[in-house]
Design a protein around this ligand. Sequence first.
Ligand code: IPM
Ligand code: MG
Length: 389
Amino acid sequence: MDGYMINSAETEAAIKEAAAHYEELLRQQVARQTRMEQGSSAKDFSSMDKIVIGVIGGDGIGPKITAQAARVLGKLLADEIASGRVELRNIEGLTIENRLACGKPIPDDVMEEIKACDVLLKGPTTTPNGGTMESANVAMRKALDLYANVRPVCIPAEGIDWTFFRENTEGEYALGSSGIEIPGKLTMDFKVTTLCGTRRIARAAFEYAKNNGKTSVSIVTKANIMKKTDGMFSAICHEVAKDYPGIEADEYYIDIMTANLVKTGTRSKFQVFVLPNLYGDIITDEAAQIQGGVGTAGSANIGDQYAMFEAIHGSAPRMLETGRGDYANPASIIKAAEMLLRHIAMADKADRLAAALEACTQTEKRVVITGGPDGATAEEFADYLMEKL
Ligand code: IPM
Ligand code: MG
């Protein structure tokens, strides 16, 4: 007897309020797309007199592993730091306690310090579940417009050399803290895909493929179900692909791609992936696990003006609670430091770090991290790695 059901006054009021909220969200997102239409150009690090690298510890195991990555950078950049060409600058205050105290995912004074840097090395930050407090990570990606999340996964013994280009500012993340609730009835979140937002991530993936001798880019969506958002993502990626005649663009749905990645034999044929934000989040944890654990993969968040480099894993509060903080694996954030060096046009130093990391985590493995006292500490691992530089 649905026809006779009448909403309560509270529900009617909530629907009206939600509709107004939705209109406001639409206007914000259209304005963002319009801003992107103006375009911007990327910084040229090779011609800069001074490069400021901000170092942010974050929460949980973050400060412990970030300190080790900063030591490694300090060693590799000793000459540039001495001459003043590079500055390693510590940024305090991006902690969960501080964020909750000021009720902002990134406190204003911290944001000001962040914006005074060119690139950032950031430890993981804790994201509260539920509520409306946005994740510091997501807030930073949006505020600095870090649209390309680049995550390489390499297993030389299996011929695997994957690079994921995860769109980093849109999809379910664009309005993740702005969903709608009709109390006692339902909740609704939103997913946003813009034309320019898709075009720039597609371009980043295909440019990377072209410049690194890759012959295929796999577009990963669920366009059979998410018809508008993923439908447009897919269409734009194919449109961009036309500008890269030597590179084959194939398309997979996220579910079967997730299966393909655990299929030995098949999986090594994949090279470059381009995918919307949330699928990219999920599948890069899977890929990192295949490489040896989420503690092993680095993550670059690249925009035109800023770039932030981080571990792909979280802040692991349980490790601290159980007294194992010193045994956290710094390999992921050290991998991020390697990506940072490459981004600031210091490929020779990045190569040295990559070679040392490979020796320490894949081939020689003299010092092994287990996450507990039966293994090495983060500091011992960094000492070992620095010996190999
Ligand atoms: C990542 C993380 C973040 C994300 C969290 C910490 C917000 O999982 O970088 O993959 O979901 O993007
Ligand atoms: Mg993730």
